[in-house]
Ligand binder design. Structure first.
Ligand SMILES: CC(C)(COP(=O)(O)OP(=O)(O)OC[C@H]1O[C@@H](n2cnc3c(N)ncnc32)[C@H](O)[C@@H]1OP(=O)(O)O)[C@@H](O)C(=O)NCCC(=O)NCCS
Length: 284
C-alpha cells in the first residue's frame, strides 16, 4: 500500500479516481476482487490479515514518519485519503494486501506438519476474528502485491508461457514499528505471503483472464536499504542489474515460484506451521 502514492503516481491516481466514484462497477468480477477478504495467514511468528477500515488510522499514523516515508518511497496522505486508498486496494483484483500482526498467544490450533500431499496449506480450525486478533496494539506493518503485465523477453526455455498473458507481481513490505524491526518479522511475513501467492497463483491472476500466468515476483529496494536487500536475497530474489536504477533502487526478482521450494524455506526458518485461517467479523 505504502508505495502506491508515489512510485505509481500517474497511473495510480487515475485508477484511484475511477474507483472512487460510487458508480464503480463490481460487475462479474466481484468474486475475484476480494480474494483474501476472508483469509488470514497464521504462523507462530506472525499473522497476516486483510487490510480493513479498522486498520486505517494506525496505518496512517505510521505513514507520518519521515524515515518510513523515505524507506518506502511514499507520500504522506491525510486520513481521508488513506481511507480512500484502503477502499481502492480492497476492491482491485490486481492488488493483494495484508496487515502484519503479532500472532495470538495461543496458536495451538495450528496443525503441525507441511501438507506436501495436496501442496496446499491446511485451514486452521479456529478463525481469526477482526477487531480482536488485529487490534492496533498488535499491528506492526504491511505487505502487498501489485500485478501488472510483464513485457520482458520470454526466456527461450519457457515454452509453457507461449501465448499466455504474463504477469509480474511487485511486492512491497514494511515493518513500521521500529521495535519490531530486525527480529525476523519481515522475513516471516514474506514467507507466509509467498506461500499464499504460489498456492493461489491461478486465482490471483484470474482478473487478467483465463490465459494469464504469474511469471515472476519483483521488489524495488533503495540501494542503501541493506536489511531489505539481505532479506529478499536470502529468499532467492536476485538483482536484475548490478547498478541501481535512476531512482537509486535495485530491482530484485524471484522467478522460481515452486511451492515445494517455499515449503522448504518455511521449514528452514521454523515456519512450517503456517496456515490459512478464516478471517471473520463478529458483532459484539
Ligand atoms: C526492511 C524491513 C522490511 C526488513 O524487515 P525486518 O523484519 O526488519 O527484517 P528481518 O529481521 O526479517 O531480517 C531480514 C534479514 O536482514 C538481515 N539484517 C538485519 N538487519 C540488517 C542490517 N542492518 N544490515 C544488513 N542486514 C540486516 C538479517 O540478518 C536477516 O537475514 P537472516 O535471517 O538471513 O539473518 C523492515 O526493517 C522495514 O520495514 N524497515 C522500514 C521500511 C522499509 O525499509 N521497507 C522496505 C522497503 S523495500
Amino acid at each position: 500500500m505504502h508505495t502506491r502514492a508515489s512510485r505509481l503516481a500517474p497511473q495510480e491516481s487515475s485508477i484511484a479516481q475511477d474507483h472512487c466514484t460510487d458508480s464503480y462497477s463490481y460487475g462479474s468480477t466481484a468474486s475475484k476482487m476480494l480474494l483474501n477478504a476472508n483469509t488470514a495467514l497464521l504462523s507462530p511468528k506472525i499473522l497476516l490479515v486483510p487490510y480493513e477500515p479498522h486498520h486505517v488510522a494506525t496505518y496512517n499514523s505510521w505513514m507520518q514518519d519521515e524515515a518510513i516515508l523515505e524507506a518506502t518511497a511514499s507520500e504522506r496522505l491525510t486520513l481521508d485519503q488513506e481511507y480512500q486508498m484502503q477502499r481502492n486496494w480492497r476492491k482491485d483484483g490486481d492488488k493483494l494486501t495484508f496487515i502484519l500482526c503479532l500472532p495470538p498467544a495461543n496458536v495451538a490450533s495450528i496443525p503441525t506438519g507441511a501438507n506436501l500431499e495436496t501442496l496446499s496449506p491446511p485451514i486452521a480450525s479456529e478463525p481469526i476474528v477482526a477487531n480482536k486478533h488485529d487490534v492496533p496494539e498488535v499491528m506492526i506493518g504491511d505487505i502487498n502485491l501489485f500485478l501488472s503485465e510483464s513485457h520482458d523477453e520470454l526466456p527461450l526455455n519457457d515454452r509453457g508461457m507461449l501465448g499466455k498473458r504474463r504477469l509480474v507481481g511487485e511486492l512491497e513490505l514494511m515493518i513500521a514499528r521500529k521495535e519490531f524491526q530486525g527480529q525476523g518479522y519481515g522475513k516471516a511475513a514474506v514467507l507466509l505471503f509467498l506461500l499464499y501467492v504460489v498456492v493461489r497463483r491461478e486465482e490471483i491472476v484470474q482478473k487478467f483472464g483465463e490465459d494469464s500466468v504469474l511469471e515472476y515476483l519483483a521488489v524495488k529496494i533503495n540501494q542503501v536499504n541493506e536489511r531489505s536487500i539481505a532479506l529478499f536475497t536470502s529468499l532467492g530474489f536476485k538483482k536484475t542489474k548490478e547498478e541501481p536504477n535512476y531512482f537509486g533502487e535495485f530491482e530484485l526478482v524471484l522467478k522460481d515460484l515452486d511451492v515445494v521450494r517455499v515449503f522448504g524455506l518455511l521449514r528452514l526458518y521454523g515456519l512450517e506451521r503456517s496456515r490459512e485461517c478464516e478471517y471473520v467479523y463478529k458483532s459484539e
